[in-house]
Design a protein. Sequence first.
Length: 317
Amino acid sequence: MSNDFALDESAIREAFRRFLFTFGDRDNIVYFRKIANILDSGSYSLVIDYADLAVKELDLAKLLIQYPREILKILSNELRDILTKEFNVPASIVHKYRVRVKGIPNRLRVRDLFKSINIGRIVEFDAIVVRATKSKQILRASMFMCEKCGRKFRYTFDIFYRHPKFCPYPDCDSGKIILLDEEREYEEYQELVVQELPEELPPGKLPEQCNVVVYGDLVDAARPGDRVTITGIVLVAPERKLGDGKKPLFETYVEAIYIDRWEETVEELKLSEEEIEQIRQLAKREDFEEIIYKSIAPSIYGLDDIKKAIAAQLFGG
């Protein structure tokens, strides 16, 4: 990989555009068709399979692993340009579209996310969602006005809100900037708490949990109880305001790029002919009801009314 490619945003955008318009065969340009599909479906995400990217544009795929936040931002900007120029998507909504990636080779367990070596890396892991907050709105961009010269300017935010300290116009030295209500851009925001899978739990260990933040159309993509595969970037945030004499402690969390909810499968119960006949004979007995409720917790004497209620719930579905 050349250093020129690694540092040149225009080269990265050109490689991504080439990938979008050439991956597949002449009759099926896969990602060009996907762009058209997301416009029809109302989704705002173009999901790229990492294996596809690595096959067609290996240098770009390597950069994505090394600098995930920076590269995804460049790729999303290129997608927005394509949507504006090729598909006539209005400027008022094009900022909502973004590139997401799945199938990252760097797969971890939840408990491995907390190692310092993984900070800033893009990873993929399986987990169970145990808690989800309600959807909120996060401010992504807004108009500001200089109190001295009266001119307005636009300012964008990444993760945290940072108030502009100076007027951006060179002929003005004012430091008094006012946040305006007009032309604000918001995006959906949600926080999840996920827990490692029981089958991945080491013997004698309690399950580890991790906070996951999601944006845009990933909000409400998973509910508590769902098993999911999450692709995301491991980040840290200070536990409290940093200051002299205080421990500079940081909390690990994951910014989700893609969430794949596992399909629920119901195992079909198959009975033998002998078992079916036994059930039919049992149903003909006059004491059938008594047999059922007395089979519940047989070691506990009495409490027939409670056992009947439990049996009614079990058979009632």
